[in-house]
Design a protein around this ligand. Structure first.
Ligand code: NAD
Length: 198
């Protein structure tokens, strides 16, 4: 939870009224959607090929959802915002998506890379167009730029006040004996997060 929420509140510092795109709606992306809602973003566009995850994002505060397998992501974002989003978050771990999100940002907008693509994946960016002419920004994100001593109490406080939904992020529970099933679910994208109690 700290990585997704922290990416929005700390790394990118989304402000009230901003427009946000979250691409990839696993545990990290759904937490980023919640972070955007907490930050006061007015438009929160959430993209994932999995319908169940898009539905989950809507329940957590997404105002628009996109299926990237049936809609062109950049065109869909432009249709909804006119100029592109203020902030885009790559939460799928696909390097190629980073370039797409840079295109989906407005001039001066920020793309934050939260996902961890494979080590042999690289991207090509035209710096003159993206950075010099458009003033776009590209940020890295390690664990939501979080200072845990400060952030964990803040996250717990948001949960106690009903502003952070932790319960719906836990889709399976079990004991340590269920660990193989839990990893298989993780690999297959079943549910969101599993909690194993010893
Ligand atoms: N930056 C950090 O400190 C940090 C910390 C933890 C995890 N991560 C990384 O964050 C990423 C997300 O983690 P997770 O646990 O949510 O993973 P996950 O596998 O549960 O979720 C990824 C989601 O991306 C979706 N997806 C795949 N291709 C897509 C596309 N083209 N467009 C939109 N969505 C797409 C999948 O359907 C899935 O729902 C991983 O790469 C993980 O390694 C980074």
């Amino acid at each position: 939870m700290q990585t997704g929420v922290g990416a929005v509140l700390n790394t990118a510092a989304v402000a009230p009224g901003d427009t946000v795109l979250v691409a990839g709606l696993g545990g990290i992306g759904l937490a980023a959607v919640q972070g955007a809602r907490i930050a006061g973003a007015t438009t929160i566009i959430a993209s994932d090929p999995v319908a169940e995850r898009r539905d989950h994002a809507r329940r957590l505060g997404a105002t628009d959802v996109i299926d990237p397998t049936s809609e062109d992501l950049v065109a869909a974002v432009m249709a909804r915002t006119g100029v592109g989003v203020d902030h885009a978050f790559e939460c799928a771990g696909r390097a190629s998506l980073i370039s797409t999100l840079l295109d989906a940002c407005r001039g001066g907008g920020t793309t934050t890379c939260v996902g961890a693509p494979a080590l042999d994946e690289a991207i090509v960016i035209d710096p003159a167009v993206m950075f010099t002419a458009s003033g776009k920004r590209l940020l890295g994100c390690l664990l939501g730029s979080v200072n845990s001593r400060r952030e964990i109490p803040r996250l717990l406080d948001l949960w106690r006040r009903g502003r952070l939904d932790l319960e719906s992020m836990i889709t399976h529970r079990g004991t340590l004996e269920d660990i193989d099933t839990a990893f298989a679910d993780l690999a297959a994208g079943r549910g969101i997060r599993t909690v194993l109690a010893i």
